[in-house]
Design a protein around this ligand. Structure first.
Ligand code: MN
Ligand code: MN
Length: 306
């Protein structure tokens, strides 16, 4: 089957935008995929400003600008020679049927994982990670979580299910093991006495050396199956203004990329990049940061698995 990737002469911006201009949908192409990109254009669990439903589209468009570099600096291999990458498009759901969304994500992810695929999902608000974790835990057992965010998303206000409570519910459901999990970039209040996750708060993440941070993460997660969830508001609003709940005092894109590259060899089994809300973005800076982080995650996965 002919895909956009087979036609490098196409203008970068012609035809459909897919992530790194990879094949969209098409089941035959999916069978050749190691990693499947899926957009989850859902923002009905947002507590602040909405708009993350447009995130997948914005990240894909920004990723087109990264597609020309066959071998990405500073890696020493060509990503697409090493892994099969397919953009499966967005998971379609009806806003009027939002109660079904959680189960639909879980069922969709379960089918991909059963087929031996690895998922890199694009949010959507951060709530989408909960059904993704449920599917991944069914497949991989209890996982370690590496969570980049300004917020712990572990708020425990009764039985709320929204984009700030997934990591309260996930350990209770047995999906992740907090003893092997770490949150980085936190700069909002949380109840430290009862907090099961190790935290590298934003001050430490900005002041420690990259080596110290990487060592601390590696010590915590070991070689357990690792789900990596990246809320774009981990970045400072200077680097990611286009998000629903920005918080000052965050990390730079450059610092995040160095931390991620330092994690080569960790056992990533699932990934997401969430909370890009393009209506608040300037010059696509947030979407480009999210696309760049997603591409770095693909390299990180490729180093370990292919
Ligand atoms: Mn956040
Ligand atoms: Mn979050």
């Amino acid at each position: 089957m002919s895909t956009l990737a087979d036609h490098p002469d196409y203008s970068l911006y012609s035809n459909a935008n897919t992530f790194l201009r990879q094949a969209l949908d098409h089941r035959p192409a999916l069978s050749s995929a190691d990693v499947v990109i899926t957009g989850l254009p859902f923002d009905l669990a947002t507590t602040g400003r909405s708009g993350a439903r447009l995130g997948p589209d914005a990240v894909r468009r920004a990723s087109v600008n990264l597609a020309w570099e066959e071998k990405r600096w500073p890696w020493d291999f060509k990503l697409l020679e090493r892994i099969g990458l397919v953009d499966a498009g967005d998971l379609v759901f009806d806003c009027g049927e939002q109660a079904q969304f959680t189960q639909r994500v879980e069922d969709y992810a379960t089918s991909l994982l059963k087929a031996g695929k690895t998922m890199l999902s694009l949010g959507g608000d951060h709530f989408v990670t909960l059904p993704l974790l449920r599917a991944h835990a069914k497949h991989h057992g209890k996982m370690a979580l590496l969570h980049f965010d300004a917020h712990t998303d572990s708020y425990s206000a009764g039985s709320r299910y929204d984009h700030g409570t997934m990591f309260y519910h996930a350990p209770k459901e047995g999906l992740i093991d907090p003893a092997c999990s770490l949150q980085l970039g936190i700069r909002t209040d949380y109840e430290k006495a009862n907090h099961p996750f190790e935290v590298i708060n934003a001050d430490h993440a900005n002041n420690l050396s990259i080596e110290q941070i990487v060592q601390q993460i590696r010590q915590r997660i070991g070689d357990k199956p690792l789900y990596l969830s990246f809320d774009i508001d981990c970045l400072d609003p200077a680097y990611a203004p286009g998000t629903g709940t920005p918080v000052g005092g965050g990390l730079s894109t450059n610092r995040i990329l160095q931390i991620l590259r330092g994690l080569q060899g960790v056992n990533i089994i699932g990934m997401d990049v969430v909370e890009v809300a393009p209506a608040y973005d300037n010059s696509e800076v947030t979407a480009l940061a999210a696309a760049t982080i997603a591409v770095e995650l693909l390299h990180l996965w490729a180093v370990k698995h292919r």
